[in-house]
Design a protein around this ligand. Structure first.
Ligand SMILES: NC(=O)c1ccc[n+]([C@@H]2O[C@H](COP(=O)([O-])OP(=O)(O)OC[C@H]3O[C@@H](n4cnc5c(N)ncnc54)[C@H](OP(=O)(O)O)[C@@H]3O)[C@@H](O)[C@H]2O)c1
Length: 340
């Protein structure tokens, strides 16, 4: 056998065995994820008499979170921006769960006006709010909302911030209430002002960067809020779902060869279904133990370390971002005076 043939066989053997190992890795990861997630949310917890709001509940994970709360008997407010889609989701949830206390209410997080109208309606109709799930999230190309911000930043951070602060009195007056923020791996960049957060190019990298930075901004704001809620019975938590198959366009702008990888490898093997990933959000909202802690991250239905260091820089940044955002979302002093 010639030397060239031997080398060719060795290289071929290496390629084939690597491919086999890679396939086995993907298959085992998929099996691991399926068994790890499903069936670990608090079973048999009845929510009759409780009220919950889920933003972006007409599809994706939000829909399944709302479905779970409805099955437990809660009054569920589906806060969605599209009336037709929101009402369709309400009908499906009502017929599946036989809970008629599931309602649609219009909320567009890309508009401060819409958020204020939503809150006014909630305060008119509700006497309590047990859980607010800030679930809605987007990845949008460069544009400007009616309030003058990048849509990814406004829908993922500024909007939920304004919504939460305006609902804080209702949450505070309800015993053991919880704010759950659905997030992801946060950006690790250091920034001083919100403009630093936004990359205005249309590259796929900018999509991901803006998305992760908006989640970091939400994380900083909600951590500050939880500090201000220490004396109250409201806890702030973060749910970090495993990647799942939804309409979130995070990798939409990828180059063609990466799109192939995304479709055939990432989505097939490394993503769960939306209903499976939603279990972690339900766990974060309802688990009894979660209520004993303040401002923790949860993944796979257990506490998770997001890898932040609570340095002096972060504390400084938190304060700065808080006051900037108070200004950006045009909060009036009397609307957050109970928090200082
Ligand atoms: N999918 C994942 O792998 C993954 C991983 C980690 C974290 N997350 C987070 O999980 C959350 C849910 O995402 P998903 O994957 O379920 O996404 P999705 O299927 O795209 O659902 C997003 C929801 O947000 C709503 N929404 C978008 N813009 C809105 C606005 N301006 N005002 C109010 N609602 C708005 C959408 O409504 P329309 O139908 O009207 O657009 C939809 O109901 C997001 O916060 C996301 O960042 C997702």
């Amino acid at each position: 056998m010639s030397l060239t043939l031997i080398i060719t066989l060795i290289i071929l053997g290496f390629i084939v065995s690597s491919a086999v190992f890679f396939m086995l890795y993907l298959i085992f990861t998929k099996i691991y994820l399926k068994f790890r997630i499903v069936g670990t949310c608090p079973a048999n917890l009845c929510l009759v008499g409780r009220t919950v709001i889920v933003t972006g509940a007409n599809k994706g994970m939000g829909y399944w979170v709302a479905m779970d709360f409805a099955k437990r008997g809660a009054k569920v407010i589906l806060a969605c921006r599209n009336k037709t889609k929101g009402k369709e989701a309400v009908e499906k949830i009502q017929s599946e769960t036989e809970n008629k206390n599931v309602v649609f209410q219009s909320l567009n997080l890309a508009s401060f006006k819409s958020i204020r109208a939503f809150v006014q309606e909630v305060k008119k109709n509700e006497r309590r709010l047990d859980v607010l799930v800030n679930n809605a999230g987007v990845v949008r190309p460069n544009a400007v909302t009616e309030d003058g911000f990048h849509p990814t930043l406004q829908v993922n951070a500024l909007g939920p911030f304004l919504l939460t602060i305006l609902l804080i009195d209702l949450l505070k007056s309800t015993k053991h209430s919880r704010i759950v923020n659905v997030t992801t791996k946060e950006g690790s960049e250091h920034f001083d002002i919100l403009e630093d957060l936004v990359d205005k190019s249309d590259s796929w990298f900018a999509y991901v960067r803006n998305y992760e930075n908006s989640k970091k901004c939400l994380g900083l704001l909600m951590t500050s809020l939880s500090d201000k809620l220490q004396r109250h019975e409201v806890t702030v938590q973060f749910a970090v779902p495993r990647p799942c198959r939804t309409d979130l366009q995070i990798y939409e702008n990828l180059p063609e060869f990466l799109k192939f990888f995304k479709r055939h490898i990432f989505i097939t093997f490394l993503c769960l279904e939306a209903n499976e990933s939603a279990v972690n959000t339900v766990f974060t909202a309802l688990d009894h133990q979660v209520g004993n802690f303040m401002c923790k991250y949860y993944r796979d239905c257990e506490q998770w370390d997001p890898g932040h260091q609570d340095t002096e820089v972060d504390t400084y940044l938190r304060k700065k971002i808080w006051w900037k955002c108070v200004e950006y979302v045009q909060l009036k002093p009397n609307e957050f005076s109970g928090l200082s």
